[in-house]
Design a protein around this ligand. Structure first.
Ligand code: PEP
Length: 246
């Protein structure tokens, strides 16, 4: 069985400052270890400062288009040139607030890989979908949009983040068993197409992860780390979460 390296990613959303880059990067540089990949996703204007600090950096979205007349959009190639390594695609806030469809998310995934950025594909069901027992159906459709466009092999150079929408920023976390069951579903689904790829694939959990619940979540067989929102803005909490993934 493939051994997967743990990953802890911090999504700052539309928060942060140059001062916070300095504070968090100092803290992260102190806990860095070969056992865990730590990546921060600050807002676009802060990515150069974050990269210069030595912390592995990604962006929270990119355009699915090549350069052209798209006012306000950001080209993936430029992000890559600046030194970023990752990009979040399909975060639930992009899907709900900016109406990004599964097809748009798949196009962003494709564009990221085209320029050599590693996409982190965010998937997850809403509260109503969960109550209606549609979790697996929703997550499968979100992943299938990428597989149908690019083939399963495209998932090799990617990460999947399972983030139940009802758990993001709400303080309600999926139980370790609940999260493990969806992570196993995702890995088994991909294994039915390519078992080696599925065993090597990093699958993160996100949704109100903090320093108190991270250890139990990360101990689950198919949970390889976390995508952290609110707690990634606090050096003490974020480094404790990183340490719990080692
Ligand atoms: C997120 O933004 O992806 C997230 C999981 O946020 P939080 O940890 O605040 O729930």
């Amino acid at each position: 069985m493939a051994t997967r390296k743990a990953m802890v990613a911090g999504n700052w959303k539309m928060n942060g400052s140059l001062e916070l880059v300095e504070q968090l990067s100092d803290a992260i540089n102190n806990v860095k270890s070969s056992e865990v990949n730590i990546v921060l996703f600050p807002p676009f204007p802060l990515i150069s400062a974050m990269i210069a600090s030595g912390v592995t950096t990604g962006t929270q979205t990119v355009s699915e288009n090549t350069p052209g007349a798209f006012t306000g959009e950001v080209d993936a190639q430029l992000v890559k040139q600046l030194g970023a390594k990752y990009v979040l695609v399909g975060h639930s806030e992009r899907r709900s607030i900016y109406k990004e469809s599964n097809d748009t998310v798949a196009a962003k995934f494709a564009r990221a890989q085209q320029v050599g950025l590693t996409p982190i594909l965010c998937v997850g069901e809403s509260e109503i979908e969960q109550e209606n027992g549609q979790t697996e159906q929703v997550v499968a459709a979100q992943i299938d949009a990428v597989i149908n466009k690019l083939g399963v092999a495209a998932l090799k150079e990617s990460v999947i983040a399972y983030e139940p929408v009802w758990a993001i920023g709400t303080g309600k976390t999926a139980s370790p068993e609940q999260a493990q069951s969806v992570h196993k579903f995702i890995r088994d689904k991909i294994a039915s197409l390519d078992s080696d790829l599925a065993q090597g694939l990093t699958i993160l959990y996100g949704g109100s992860v903090n320093e108190k619940n991270s250890e139990l979540l990360f101990a689950q067989t198919d949970i390889d780390g976390g995508l952290i929102g609110g707690a990634s803005l606090k050096a003490e909490s974020f480094t404790a979460i990183c340490n719990s993934a080692k």
